[in-house]
Write a protein that binds this ligand. Structure first.
Ligand code: GMT
Length: 377
């Protein structure tokens, strides 16, 4: 029987796709009998109910009065070392390079080589932060000092190599969804809250940062709604939200747009949609497009970063150049007005999500990386 491992996981617990992936991975590894220790500043928001084999260790910052900025990173590194020692961790798996991979390196210095570290790169830790000359060397150091490095798309691997001049191996581990959670839900009873029976629903879910180009979402919807009776549901919150509210008002679209704020039960919400819009400027993977795909909802968006590795143009969605809202709108109109095409694309979405991005196979890939760094083949 393969040895069960003790694995520490650090991620951003309260926001973003990287935190979701890290938390879901922890839950799945725990189901497979491994002991999981989350080391984070708060309980990961997707953790939910009590789980066998999962423990949570809270990182508390030291607020000593001489500190102008309480050093969270040092508290995290100390906590990692403390938990690793107390729980005899085999592996520390950190998600997002800054500061987590640097903290893992420090923890390893405190514990010794018995503790192996794995870093998963998620996107903006490379595509945005590694462009910053003041952080570049630090990120490169953290990557070189990890016992294994994984990235969520081939595009991100290529970006990491070119931006940081990294030659060492990087494993590809795509994002995944739990097929027991993400499947088309019956939402007939609450669909009527948002749209009439003859109206289509377009949806966008994000953290409303400039990189998501929410303004393009509105431009696309404006064009679509002139041709197809439809509503736009905006899910999530973030810095661009109020600007987008103004834009919607100025364009006279208020009656056709609903803001749903942050939502917990994403599979239910996504099942309301006929189309997901993801016109991002940068996107290393695009977890929301996979969540949509698994619920049978195709994505119309940009061909940025890793999106084309996930969305097959013409089969499970339609991709255009960044900012080409005319093309995105014409693809959406084509899809929303052709029922046969919509059904075909929906089937292709369900098949691809289940077969290519299935929780079982991606969890097994992470497991084999852990065994490899531990020298257990
Ligand atoms: O989508 C975001 O901006 C949040 C960000 C994060 O760090 O959580 O997402 C990144 O990681 C996700 C999980 O691997 C990927 O699916 C997203 O594509 C990636 N975001 C970007 O590259 C902008």
């Amino acid at each position: 029987m393969t040895r069960k491992l003790k694995i520490g996981i650090t991620c951003y617990p309260t926001l973003g796709g990287s935190g979701v992936v890290a938390t879901e991975l922890g839950k799945l590894l725990a189901e497979r009998g491994h002991e999981i220790h989350f080391i984070t500043h708060s309980i990961p928001f997707r953790l939910g109910k009590f789980h066998k084999n999962i423990f949570f260790h809270e990182v508390e910052v030291n607020e000593y009065y001489v500190f102008r900025y309480p050093p969270y990173d040092l508290s995290l590194a100390s906590k990692m070392a403390q938990v690793a020692k107390m729980q005899q961790l085999d592996i520390l798996h950190v998600h997002y390079a800054i500061p987590h991979a640097v903290c893992a390196y420090l923890a390893k210095q405190m514990i010794g080589d018995g503790l192996k570290t794995v870093t998963t790169l998620h996107g903006t830790d490379i595509t945005v932060l590694a462009q910053d000359e003041s952080l570049k060397d630090l990120i490169r150091l953290a990557i070189h000092q990890s016992d294994a490095v994984t990235a969520v798309s081939n595009d991100l691997i290529a970006e990491t190599r070119s931006l940081l001049d990294i030659m060492s191996p990087i494993d590809l581990t795509y994002n995944f969804v739990d097929k027991r959670v993400y499947y088309p839900r019956d939402v007939t009873s609450f669909r009527t809250d948002f749209a009439k029976p003859d109206e289509k629903i377009l949806m966008h879910i994000s953290n409303f940062r400039p990189v998501k180009r929410v303004s393009d979402v509105i431009e696309v919807f404006d064009r679509v709604s002139k041709e197809v009776p439809s509503k736009l549901l905006l899910v999530g919150e973030g810095p661009e939200l109020s600007k987008m509210q103004c834009k919607i008002k100025n364009m006279g679209l208020e009656d056709r747009v609903h803001f749903l704020g942050k939502q917990e039960d994403v599979a239910h919400v996504i099942s309301l949609a006929d189309v997901m819009l993801l016109p991002s400027e940068k996107e290393s993977f695009g977890l929301v497009a996979l969540e949509a795909m698994a619920c049978g909802v195709p994505t119309i968006g940009s061909n940025a970063g890793g999106i084309p590795e996930l969305v097959t143009h013409g089969e499970t969605g339609f991709l255009s150049n960044i900012g080409d809202v005319e093309d995105m709108a014409s693809n959406a109109i084509k899809l929303l007005t052709d029922e046969a095409l919509r059904n075909k694309v929906k089937e292709a979405c369900l098949f691809r999500a289940r077969h290519e991005f299935c929780n079982d196979s991606i969890t097994a890939q992470y497991e084999s990386i852990y065994y490899r760094v531990l020298g257990i083949e």
